[in-house]
Design a protein around this ligand. Structure first.
Ligand code: WT7
Length: 637
């Protein structure tokens, strides 16, 4: 594959392409989609009705995304690295997996899945560490047409069980344990615990990564390597990709929202593929032969789109890093960058802020001179972190792309194109071709012109958009398409400056963004309220230097224990019901919560207190219990 003709080379071309995408979306997307490998081309480019949350792209087309990510590169790039695996411990052996080897391993594992009775349309949960087998498992699912649902390794047994049950998955793919810095995380035993609450799972495939002691249940659990060997002996190791409909679901990814229960965001095959590829090539200005290092975990959408599907569909070399940025020291990202001559580095503001605190020492011996593009994603980036990234990592020269998007959008929607369109610190800047943002005021009217701020919506369909929430289409309609008629509502606040550049200001709903991870306040409150002595709780986000937002929990607790014990127990409930990522940073035991006369918690007041702003608490006279406010201020931590 040579450089695709839809790669934008100048600001002028961006403007031209943007205009064309609005004026003639059919021609625009037909041209792009024509560059991919299809079993059968589509009949209709798109059909959409936002009032029913219904959008389809490339209708009638037949394809398999893994042929676009692997097979079509084999003639020219068979011996090029598809995946570079850098292990947690820098002294352990790394792995280079060529496109030829990736093809072989994905086909072998696809054979294993089929051999275990898994069929097109079945749901498979994947709960693994960041090892190549995770990418292979994802691609093998896609090859046979099974719908993958990757669950981040930091989620608890209860969270796994909820996701498995919601999707009625019949198979889980896991590994014995995972490495994270100096910790070993037992994954298989967490799966075992989850499975005590799941009746649909018949098969568990276990990759033995660390040789830790695990239980294998006869008949249900199978060793990855052993099954691959058996299947390869009895069958051809090739596996012809199953023909999928453009609109067949490719994957489910669970994400938190304003309500208590995470929802399964469903992405389709063709639209998602085109979007992941188009945005990868254009935003990062990917050039043939480059190595792309996205530091996200495949458990999140960023890993799906910019470790697996975007880079592989473009024939790039994608780097998978098993470890964490600060172990064995805070120079790990920079060491990896030099070791593999990384061209594109894509990370999160929280990682940048955390690495900044270590000063210059971890960078001082590093070259970092192969970097052509730096990217950030997941949360607003503050000016200081942006300048540090630009100056220290980019030598003041390398373009930074600030990419705004969501699990639901499939890929990047608003971002500058590296070195092509202007960058502006703390601004995601301009929408990609095909993306039509709208800012809405509090009366539900669209704000026209520049220098305005409001709630961010998208008013026209794009190929990578969410198709439904698994098993509950009404929820998709309610959550995203009901707030404003005929518009997709993002849940983010946003301003458009005098030049038409967009700056995302953060969530406007009850969702926190902690270290770039989305945490629903209702979900977290539910977990805390499970504690038998907790009467009620309220979760509030507050500004946190490293995490962006920290979690402040106000908890009404009845019981005799001392505060330390209570807090420890609450953290235990959170870890058990959601996972360690949702642990509150601060817990304040209170005797009551400020309520309106209708019984609603006044979160505005709690937010001010958590932020340390007691002077401007505002009007408390409408409260049912105004006296509680002083109590809470006095007990603040
Ligand atoms: C939310 C989506 C997109 C993959 C990672 C997170 C926030 C994301 C930016 C950015 C400001 C950003 C938004 C968004 N967000 N990127 N560049 N600038 N905010 O995916 O878990 O679906 O979260 O992350 O608030 O709604 P997610």
């Amino acid at each position: 594959m040579t450089t695709p003709k839809y790669k934008i080379d100048s600001f002028e071309e961006y403007n031209k392409e943007y205009k064309r995408s609005i004026e003639n979306p059919i021609e625009f997307w037909d041209d792009i989609a024509n560059d991919f490998t299809w079993h059968k081309k589509w009949d209709t480019t798109y059909e959409s009705d936002f009032s029913k949350a219904k959008t389809q792209w490339f209708i009638g087309g037949k394809l398999n995304i893994t042929e676009n990510c692997i097979d079509r590169h084999l003639t020219e790039k068979g011996e090029q690295a598809a995946i570079i695996f850098e292990p947690n411990n820098p002294n352990d052996p790394n792995q280079i997996i060529t496109y030829n080897q990736l093809h072989k391993r994905v086909c072998e594992f696809a054979n294993v899945l089929v051999n275990k009775g898994i069929k097109k349309g079945d749901r498979i949960c994947i709960y693994m560490g960041m090892i190549p087998e995770l990418a292979i498992a994802v691609l093998a699912c896609a090859r046979i047409g099974a719908i993958h649902s990757v669950i981040f390794g930091g989620f608890s047994a209860k969270s796994i069980a909820d996701r498995v049950n919601d999707a009625e998955a019949n198979c889980i793919i896991t590994c014995d344990a995972a490495n994270r810095g100096n910790k070993t995380i037992p994954l298989k035993s967490v799966v075992d615990e989850a499975l005590t609450e799941c009746s649909t799972v018949e098969t568990v495939l276990v990759y033995n990564h660390l040789n830790t002691k695990i239980q294998m249940k006869e008949g249900r659990d199978h060793d990855w390597v052993k099954t691959v060997t058996e299947v390869v002996e009895s069958r051809n190791s090739d596996f012809p990709a199953v023909s999928m409909d453009s609109e067949d679901p490719l994957f489910i990814l669970y994400t938190s929202g304003s309500t208590g229960k995470p929802k399964g965001v469903v992405h389709s095959t063709a639209g998602y593929m085109v979007w992941a590829n188009y945005t990868f090539v254009n935003v990062f200005q990917y050039q043939e032969g480059q190595t792309h290092f996205c530091t996200a975990d495949i458990g999140w959408i960023t890993g799906h789109s910019y470790i697996i599907y975007g880079p592989l569909s473009a024939g790039a070399t994608t780097l998978m890093f098993e470890g964490i940025p600060t172990w064995p020291d805070a120079g790990r990202f920079w060491e990896i960058t030099d070791k593999y001559s990384v061209d594109i580095l894509y990370t999160a503001p929280t990682a940048i802020r955390s690495l900044m605190t270590f000063g210059d020492a971890p960078i001082s011996e590093k070259n970092l001179d192969t970097l052509k593009v730096l990217g950030t994603v997941g949360e607003p980036i503050n000016e200081e972190a942006w300048q540090w990234y630009k100056g220290k990592i980019g030598h003041g020269e390398v373009p930074i792309v600030d990419t705004w998007w969501q699990t639901e959008t499939g890929g990047i929607l608003i971002s500058n194109l590296a070195g092509i369109t202007p960058e502006k610190p703390t601004f995601a800047t301009l929408p990609l071709p095909g993306v039509q943002p709208a800012l809405m005021d509090e009366n539900g009217n669209e704000l026209i012109g520049n220098d305005v701020s409001g709630n961010l919506c998208i008013k026209f369909p794009w190929p990578g958009m969410i198709r439904t929430t698994y098993g509950d289409h009404d929820r998709c309609l309610d959550t995203y398409f009901s707030a404003y008629p005929d518009k997709y509502f993002t849940g983010d606040g946003c301003l458009r400056d005098e030049n038409g550049f967009y700056r995302i200001t953060g969530r406007v709903d009850d969702v926190l963004n902690v270290s770039g991870h989305r945490i629903g306040t209702a979900e977290l409150e539910n977990a805390i309220n499970m504690h038998p002595n907790v009467v009620e709780s309220a979760i509030i986000g507050y500004p946190h230097d490293i995490k962006g937002q920290g979690i402040y929990a106000y908890v009404i607790h009845i019981g005799e224990q001392d505060q330390e014990t209570i807090k420890k127990e609450i953290l235990g409930y959170v870890t058990q019901h959601i996972g360690p990522i949702a642990k509150p940073d601060k817990i304040q035991i209170v005797s009551g919560l400020p309520k309106t006369r209708s019984g609603k918690i006044m979160r505005r007041i709690l937010r001010k207190i958590a932020e340390g702003e007691f002077q401007n608490i505002g009007d408390t006279s409408t409260l049912l219990n105004p006296e509680i406010v002083d109590d809470i201020i006095n007990g603040r931590i």
